[in-house]
Design a protein around this ligand. Structure first.
Ligand SMILES: *[C@@H]1O[C@H](CO)[C@@H](O)[C@H](O)[C@H]1NC(C)=O
Ligand SMILES: *[C@@H]1O[C@H](CO)[C@@H](O)[C@H](O)[C@H]1NC(C)=O
Ligand SMILES: *[C@@H]1O[C@H](CO)[C@@H](O)[C@H](O)[C@H]1NC(C)=O
Ligand SMILES: *[C@@H]1O[C@H](CO)[C@@H](O)[C@H](O)[C@H]1NC(C)=O
Length: 538
């Protein structure tokens, strides 16, 4: 069915301006970093403000974008629910006096905006699905989902995805089976999409790449960053890199809550455009546009129309209230001695993972205390996010600490009252190489996890990743700095082993047990995703 409608759209396209991307080796996409209205009005007024700002941002693209993506949880609240029809030909952009299908007016407005801008729109809404005739319907008479809806250039729904990996969203429902949301476009690019927390799991995000061979992924996010390995843009870029796919990520912008981070990443080429709001407590409303290569893989030459983002080592951003990796006491780590100019080597092991670190650093000329201490460390253990969801993580890396205590790692240095010599307090790494031997598992994703003081990952011009060979037991990986870096916060190899101990075929945490895992985690709760629900609740 979908194939047919795509064909027809392509025929229509021949006659319509704005569909020109079909013949080129790139398309134009926009992701929006968006501060939702969270106070100062009724839920109706907040929705109106969000909608008006969405429409303004769509206008700001001047009809140049093939697709525009808005973040998770920044439009309607649970008090302003909407139905989201299954994909069909029917445009949602028409005036109906008494909507019987439950589609809210704001969604119709946005459908008309899609028509006016001739753009696909990816939106995230709180969806209400009537179910009063079903036996398993909740007592309230409807199901409530965290839903991505994709509108095409005619304002019709072409794809709908209901979030599978819910995070601290107890009021929300889950579909009985995970949905694999895939849609084709009139510019001949096939996208898969998912929501925020999904990106840490195999189902459905990783499966879209591995099982369905999707090379263009979209994620809507409200992600709370965690230092030193899981800040938003760093994780997006690492994920796109590891999967060698394009990733279009739109993030909610609430930096006082640690939430920010949007960007468009072109696999191993690196970031095309990105934004972490860390220089102010106030969230931003910003459209980031980029030309995106149709073929993310490196073998395809990048056309002259395409531009990568610059290297962003600094300036340091310090205003984002981030979480801190909660398990540093379980790391095997070692303080890096501040030896000026001499090559240092270190081998660290934990359980089944051994890593070799080789580095050389240069200290500033005057004898002031450097802004950060550094540690190298290895960790193998379980990362539990929710009652039945966890990942097994294997990682090794270098990371910045406030002082010699391991508990100060993953905290940002505060700005000195007078910072005359900030630059003179930076440790320069002129050589840094990490080699790890990672056990092979059926489900695993090994990614570079790098971060500068500006809160962006390093670009491909700044580091090198090499597979040194694999056998059935281990994968050997090398991560190396390409040139001197003076504002490093993190430089590591992050292995997400997903639900390593889950029973086959069971999505999510499966049995949820800790079989074979020596480190059992009492903590949970941390990481990601505040609920806007609570802001909107009143
Ligand atoms: C849209 O048009 C305005 C006014 O002509 C211009 O300033 C702006 O740069 C344009 N934006 C894009 C994304 O083309
Ligand atoms: C669409 O993409 C497919 C697969 O990448 C390619 O074979 C085909 O030629 C493309 N069609 C157009 C019209 O670009
Ligand atoms: C470290 O070495 C560099 C280059 O040799 C030198 O300029 C600098 O003064 C040294 N720093 C310290 C603290 O000794
Ligand atoms: C290290 O820094 C932390 C704050 O990050 C502080 O609480 C602790 O007292 C410091 N320890 C030392 C030994 O300075």
């Amino acid at each position: 069915m979908c194939g047919k409608c795509v064909l027809l759209l392509q025929l229509l396209c021949a006659a319509v301006a704005g569909c020109g991307a079909a013949g080129r080796d790139y398309y134009t996409a926009g992701v929006v970093e968006f501060r939702p209205a969270v106070s100062g009005g009724s839920s109706e007024q907040l929705l109106e403000e969000n909608l008006a700002a969405y429409l303004e941002l769509i206008d700001a693209a001047n009809g140049t974008a093939d697709i525009l993506i808005f973040p998770e949880g920044t439009l309607n609240s649970q008090l302003q629910l909407t139905a989201v029809p299954a994909p069909s030909w029917r445009s949602l952009c028409h005036i109906v006096v008494a909507p019987v299908d439950g589609v809210a007016t704001f969604l119709r407005h946005l459908a008309c905006a899609a028509v006016a801008a001739e753009s696909y729109l990816v939106l995230n809404v709180k969806e209400r699905e009537r179910c009063d005739r079903d036996a398993d319907c909740p007592p309230r008479g409807f199901r409530l989902y965290n839903t991505n809806v994709v509108l095409d250039r005619s304002g019709a729904v072409v794809s709908r995805y209901r979030k599978w990996n819910l995070y601290l969203e107890p009021q929300l429902n889950r579909t009985p089976e995970p949905e694999y949301a895939i849609f084709e476009t009139d510019f001949n690019v096939t996208f898969g999409h998912f929501i925020c927390f999904d990106m840490l799991f195999h189902t459905p995000a990783q499966e879209l790449v591995e099982r369905y061979s999707i090379q263009h992924l979209i994620v809507t996010k409200m992600f709370k960053s965690e230092l030193p390995f899981l800040t938003a843009s760093q994780f997006q870029q690492g994920w796109a890199w590891a999967n060698n796919v394009n990733l279009l990520a739109a993030g909610a912008s609430l930096p006082h809550g640690g939430i920010s981070g949007s960007g468009i990443y072109a696999g191993r080429r690196g970031a095309l455009v990105r934004r972490m709001v860390g220089d102010t407590h106030v969230g931003q409303r910003q459209l980031l546009l980029a030309r995106v290569p149709r073929y993310p893989q490196l073998e395809q030459e990048l056309g002259p129309e395409l531009e990568l983002d610059v290297e962003r080592a600094g300036p340091a951003q310090r205003q984002l209230a981030m979480l801190q990796q909660p398990q540093f006491e379980d790391f095997t780590s070692s303080l890096v001695p501040l030896l000026n100019g001499s090559r240092q080597q270190q081998r660290l092991c934990q359980q089944d993972l051994c890593c070799d670190f080789e580095l050389q650093l240069e200290l500033p000329g005057d004898a002031t205390q450097p802004e950060y201490s550094y540690r190298v460390g290895v960790f193998v253990g379980q990362r539990r996010y929710e009652e039945e969801q966890y990942s097994v993580v294997r990682l090794c890396g270098l990371f910045a600490c406030r002082n010699e205590s391991v508990y100060s790692c993953g905290q940002l240095a505060t700005e000195e009252a007078a910072e005359p010599a900030a630059n003179s307090r930076l440790v320069a790494f002129s050589w840094l190489r990490i080699r790890g031997e990672f056990v092979q598992r059926r489900r695993q994703l090994l990614m570079p996890s790098t971060l500068s003081a500006a809160l962006y990952a390093l670009q491909a011009t700044e580091f090198e990743w090499a597979w040194l060979g694999a056998d059935s037991a281990v994968t050997r990986v090398e991560l190396k700095l390409r040139k001197t870096h003076t504002q490093l916060l993190t430089f590591g190899i992050y292995g997400n082993y997903f639900d390593e101990f889950a029973d086959d075929g069971l999505p999510g945490g499966g049995g949820g047990g800790a079989r074979g895992v020596a480190v059992a985690m009492p903590w949970q709760q941390l990481l990601m995703l505040l609920l806007l629900l609570s802001y909107h609740g009143g």
